[in-house]
Design a protein around this ligand. Structure first.
Ligand code: DGP
Length: 113
């Protein structure tokens, strides 16, 4: 299986990594949609949110906690940021390794496109 986010997470491909721990890696998006756009991925390959199960509850929480830590480090926690995960076609998922987008540094609109 050739997964670009697995390769960034395991260091095979150099990414702009801003966070890592035993289970989660955060790196800057190649095509940023905001002044700060960081992707948080599990080190373990999981294709979409649909493949998570109850045993992954802690891992899912760690993705959110990592995003919150990076938002604080970047100084955007108080002004605000958006966390988004796209799942499958209608949501526009293009990379099939689960990732949590953290977007910050500008005002976000709602509803999303
Ligand atoms: P999504 O549409 O939710 O699957 O988002 C995929 C994101 O991944 C998109 O914002 C662009 C980003 N991306 C795609 N390929 C690469 C890559 O090789 N490196 C990095 N850093 N980001 C990538």
């Amino acid at each position: 299986m050739d997964c670009i986010f697995c390769r960034i997470a395991n260091g095979e491909i150099k990414g702009d990594v801003v966070y890592q721990d035993d289970e989660v890696v955060g790196f800057r998006d190649l095509n940023p949609q905001a002044p700060h756009h960081v992707l948080f991925v599990p080190r373990r390959h999981v294709a979409t949110v649909n493949e998570f199960d109850d045993a992954d509850a802690t891992l899912i929480g760690k993705l959110v906690l990592a995003a919150g830590k990076v938002a604080a480090d970047l100084g955007v926690a108080d002004e605000g940021y958006r966390l988004v995960t796209n799942c499958n076609g209608n949501a526009g998922q293009t990379v099939f390794h689960v990732h949590l987008h953290m977007l910050a540094g500008r005002v976000m609109r709602w509803p999303p496109g």
